[in-house]
Design a protein around this ligand. Sequence first.
Ligand code: FES
Ligand SMILES: [Fe+2]
Length: 374
Amino acid sequence: MTTAYPVDPLRALPAEAYREPAFEVDLERIFRSDWVFVGTADEVAEPGDYVTTELGGQPVIVQRRQDGQLAAMSNMCAHRGTLLAEGHGNTKRFQCPYHAWTYADDGRLLAVPYATRDDVDREAHCLPRYRAEEWHGLVFATLRSDLPPLGQRFAHLDSIAVDADLATLNHWTARRGDETWDANWKLVVSNAMESYHLFKVHEETLEPYTPTAGAYYVVGNADGTATGGTSSRGDGDDYTLLSLPPNFVGVITNDSLLWQAVQPISWDRTRIVTGAAYRSPPADERRGMARLATMVSAAATVMVPDFLPEDRDICERGQRAADGDYRPGVLVPMEQVISDFHHYLNRQLHGAPTPAARTAAVVGLPRAAEPVTQ
Ligand code: FES
Ligand SMILES: [Fe+2]
């Protein structure tokens, strides 16, 4: 195993964090070793509903079983390793498309064509089972059996999810965005976490609505951070940003959740899935045109221009520099959420101890009532 790149919670990541050797380390110590966001609960609402995903390259099925339990298991046939399922769907059992070995939704091997029970020990050919849990409508899975449950992990963020009533939002699965950027996953996810760049990267798109100067810190630690910001409309409709490492960032407004999830493809390529959920079901087709860039508030509907291409450009620009070396610069106070993320990386990569959850007052940052000035 390659030695992991160094991480300083007070500084940017070194360029080597975005190169090929770092990628294998990230897959092993993060995506195969932690809870990873895999989708939303509406996708696995009914018994038999399943989605397929990858946890650090390991193919996994996440399914609502017939007994109502949310569960995960290997998506590799126990015969010769073929993918059992692709995409999403609904089924009681999985039959391999290669030689038709058939599995129950708990991974038991039920049928093996042209072979007796003496030929194939069925007990020894069950699919490995993993864990899947739901946190306020967000579904996470992990290959690990020894991690604390999600409720414990995100306990410091629970009241925010409860106040926003996240679990009852209507997810708009048909309108998902799905694209691939030429940038390391850490560039993408940390860019989504911080509001520092809004005034520059999104000068004409987001800044008029959610200015950098209105950004503030709420509470956070290595397990996840809540930040926020005032809306330029000044109607008290602040947004809250939930950063749940390694791969989920969601923006909560009065009656919507807009989220981004990243999935590493290679050291310099990342899949970005975007989704939206609303308090009321999407009624008119006009909304359907707006993708992630629609922000809906109880008082008014504001259509902001599509800002995602601007994020893509800046992340890919960061990746193009990654063969060079530089002395990583200090993080500014407004980047406390990045510091929290670096504590997360430090724990996963180096086993470093992490600070307890801190509020804005504790870290000496402005809160909602005292916006940052530029
Ligand atoms: S690989 Fe699945 S049945 Fe042979
Ligand atoms: Fe951005």
